[in-house]
Structure formats: C-alpha cells, structure tokens
Design a protein around this ligand. Structure first.
Ligand code: SF4
Ligand code: SF4
Ligand code: FES
Length: 340
C-alpha cells in the first residue's frame, strides 16, 4: 500500500531517475521547438582503430527523444553513423546507449540541451554506438538458464501461485538491453573476477528462481556465476529501464540459493555474517583469518601496514571483544552468540 503510494508520488524508473521533473514531458518543457541541441557523439571504428568525439547541432522538435536526434544526424550530417534500434518503444532493448554518463534507451529518453552520447561500457565497441553482445550471450549460454523438471508436467494450467513465481516473474520483464551490464563496476574490473554480471544473472533468475526447476540443475548453474563478487551497489538496478528490482528480487534470492546449494561459494559472506552476529561489528582480522586461514600469514607485511594505520586491531580480535550491538546483531541475523 505504502509502496504504491510512493510510486504515485515518484513515477518513473529507479532511484536517481524517478522524479516528476524527470518525465519526458517535464524535460521537453525546458526546450522550445527550433532551439539548438548540442550533441557530442563518441565515434569509433575498430578497423580504423581510433575514437573521437564529433559534435553536431540539431534543431529541437517537440517530444524529441535521443533516438530522434540520432536519426536526424544520420539523415542530415553523418550517414555513416552506426547505432542500433528496432522497436522504438522500449520493447527490444537494442537501442541502449550512454547519455551524459547514464545508461538509457535512446528510444525512450528525452533529449537534453547538451548531450554526450557514448556506447555502452563493458562490451567491445564494433563501431560508433554499436557494441558486440557476444560476451553477454556466451555468459548466458554457459549458465544454461532453462528448467529441468524433477516431476513430469502435470496439467495445463500448471498449479503455480503468485508467491511461488514472484521473483522469477520480475526477471521475465528483462529486455536484454545491457544497461545494467554497462553500469556494473565489478564487470568493469574485467578478468579480475569471474562475475557473470547482472544481465546474465537476471536471465538465470528466470529459471533458477522457478520452483519447478531441479535444485541440482540450479546448483550447477549457480556454481558458474561468481555471484558473491557482486558488491550490492545497486548501480544495475538504478539503470534498468524495465524497473526490475535486480538486486533485491534477483541477485539476493540467487545469493541465498547459492549459500544453501553451493556453500563453498559463500565462504566470505557466511563468515562475515557470523562475525557480525557474534561481535556486533565487522572485524577485518577475524574475517581474513576465517576466509584465508594460515594463508593470511603470507600477507604479513600488508597486515603490519594495516595495523600501523589502525585499520585492523588483532588484540580485540583475539580477546573476542564485542560491542554493545552484539545482542541485537545476533538476534537480527538469527545467531545465538552464547553458542560461539
Ligand atoms: S549490485 Fe552487483 S550486479 Fe549490480 S551493479 Fe552492483 S556489483 Fe554489479
Ligand atoms: S535487467 Fe534491466 S537493465 Fe539489465 S538487461 Fe534486463 S532490462 Fe536491461
Ligand atoms: S528501439 Fe527497442 S527498446 Fe529502444
């Protein structure tokens, strides 16, 4: 009830983009037909090997979207401009780009007086605003996002209720636009992690959060996700044009399943939870020892530097000192501190 009321006060998309003045009508009202828009487009051709920004001046038309600007430039000034679109109505996800540092759908986003338009991040650029989706498609295929039933198909319609499908059904709204993938800072780290990324996890969520799927199948898929590399920063959720609650309804439920089905993946998270429940605080020394064991000694010089900077306090760790928040933390996290 309260959330519905909140949404009516702030219609639109995720945090940071959900304001009355951020609607198409409100943003267009800042411009008059005929006003000049300054548009800088990052142009790149892999075969030419160079990237540079090219500036265009485009006359504003009423209700103009970023896609209209790109179409105008392609028709009038730069017929070789490469960009993608298909449905023109927020359905196919092919027109995603970055505008003034935000991931948006060109066919849905209102123009700004001054715009810098770039291709999505974290995917190879083929030319101008067109990115190569192969890394995403390969990741999705590797996760095998389909259902393997443990019981035969019973009847039509299947006896499923809304509660059973509440998370999977959110994932089914995905239009594979890659905005979340571009916004994710962990994907931006490249090969430093084996994280599949938000968009592939949403694809996996469609089947892994479906109660008909075989837990053994889900376990195999989750083991390939590197899901605990996600730092829950919500950048993906903020950028999703389909308003999918990516973190709270897809990634967190998948993490919970992974902790249950593949506990070795969740070693760091489970240790952190235990430590906070027991001590009422994050204790970096205890966390390192729990996760790395004796291997932690190999980083002795780093540990000494952290000690000198006051970042860790091994004495508090070894004396098992708790804060006053420990009983509440234990209660909230479902742990009995007296058992530790
Ligand atoms: S919440 Fe996780 S998946 Fe989403 S952007 Fe942050 S790190 Fe990436
Ligand atoms: S989850 Fe949202 S942002 Fe990510 S690919 Fe799907 S629709 Fe796009
Ligand atoms: S063109 Fe299909 S979503 Fe924009």
């Amino acid at each position: 009830m309260s959330s519905a009321a909140g949404q009516s006060a702030l219609p639109g998309r995720g945090p940071g983009q959900v304001y009355e003045y951020d609607t198409l009508a409100a943003r267009n009202s800042r411009l008059m037909p005929g006003d000049r828009l300054t548009v800088k487009i990052r142009r790149f051709d892999r075969s030419e090997g160079g990237a540079a920004y090219q500036e265009f001046s485009v006359p504003y038309r009423k209700w103009m979207r970023v896609l209209d600007v790109l179409n105008f430039i392609a028709e009038q000034d730069a017929p070789d401009l490469a960009y993608r679109w298909f449905c023109g109505s927020k359905m196919c996800g092919t027109c995603a780009i970055r505008m003034n540092g935000r991931e948006v759908l060109a066919c849905w986003e209102a123009v700004e007086p001054s715009m810098t338009i770039e291709p999505l991040r974290n995917l190879p650029v083929i030319r101008d605003l067109v990115v190569d989706r192969t890394p995403y498609e390969n990741k999705v295929a590797a996760l095998e996002p389909w259902i393997e039933r443990t019981t035969p198909y019973p009847q039509f319609p299947e006896p499923l209720n809304h509660k059973q499908m509440k998370d999977a059904s959110k994932a089914l709204d995905c239009i594979s636009c890659m905005c979340c993938y571009s916004a994710c800072p962990v994907i931006g780290l490249g090969d430093l992690t084996n994280f599949a990324g938000p968009a592939p996890l949403v694809q996996l969520g469609q089947s892994a959060l479906d109660p008909r799927n075989d837990p053994e199948k889900i376990k195999r898929s989750l083991a390939a996700t590197g899901i605990f590399n996600c730092i829950s920063c919500y950048k993906c959720e903020e950028s999703c044009p389909a308003s999918i609650p990516i973190v709270s309804r897809i990634i967190e439920p998948l993490k919970a399943k992974a902790a249950l089905l593949v506990p070795e993946m969740a070693k760091h998270s489970l240790a952190l939870r235990d430590i906070v429940a027991y001590r009422g605080r994050i204790d970096p020394t205890a966390l390192i020892l729990r996760v790395q064991g004796y291997r932690a000694l190999s980083g002795l010089s780093r540990a000494i530097r952290l000690l000198l900077r006051g970042k860790i306090n091994p004495f508090r760790t070894f004396l098992g000192i708790k804060t006053g928040a420990a009983p509440a933390a234990s209660r909230l996290l479902g742990k009995d501190i007296h058992q530790k």
